[in-house]
Design a protein around this ligand. Sequence first.
Ligand SMILES: *[C@@H]1O[C@H](CO)[C@@H](O)[C@H](O)[C@H]1NC(C)=O
Length: 270
Amino acid sequence: LKKSTTATRILLILLSLFLFTQVFGLSSVAQVVLGKGNSGHYLSINMAFGIGATLGVYAAGGVSGAHLNAAITITQCVLGNISWKTLAAYIIGQFLGSFMAAATVFALYYDAIYDYTKGNLTVSGPTATAMIFSTYPAPNVSLQGFTATVMLILGVMVIHDEKNNAAIKGAQPVLTGLLVLGIGLGMGLNTGYAINPSRDLPPRVFTAIAGWGMAVFTGEHSWWWVPVAAPILGCLFGVFIYKLFIDFHNHPVLENEHEKEQAGMETSRL
Ligand SMILES: *[C@@H]1O[C@H](CO)[C@@H](O)[C@H](O)[C@H]1NC(C)=O
């Protein structure tokens, strides 16, 4: 009983917080697309995703370790830091939260979307709007997603690595937001940066249901799985790189090891 209560709590917290994070990001894309460039541009989208990430990590950090990205959560599970059960709970929370965020932004911009598209909700064409919710391909975007996620996980590890030179706890969310902003500034050409399956897939499902139809999956040579797979592969590769080039060369003193063990016990009690 106690376990299921914990799982429910994690689920609810992730749900509300991912919703919070994702609403910032998606609504910023909506404002740029529907405002026809008069109320924002590419930079504002990058900033909004950075602000959303910062707030989400602040809000979820204390309880769940701020799992807002399925690629990172899967990597943590592969590394043995979280159990399969926790993995499932986190991903369910992320996906539900992300789906609800898409629905929220759709409701927020319902009139504007209909005004802009005259009711023709499309993936491509002059008044395409599906990219408000999910990423769509441009040349070399899959490699972009992979590389961007390698940089994401390297950045996350640098910020959080207690064995190395971790940022102080209260500053970590700000730095994570800046990291997301930095990735958008350099690795998000044309379609945005696919660095998070939880950010991309649930809104795509939402658009399929809400009127864009199966074209969101079948369009662009069924490209939908790339923003799911590329971040996971990028994340695993990034962790490998980090372990190989930084972590393995850091030999902690015994005291740190003891502290780590205690931290691990605290986490497992949640
Ligand atoms: C909707 O937009 C698409 C893409 O631009 C176009 O091919 C299609 O004919 C449009 N449908 C209607 C009903 O206007």
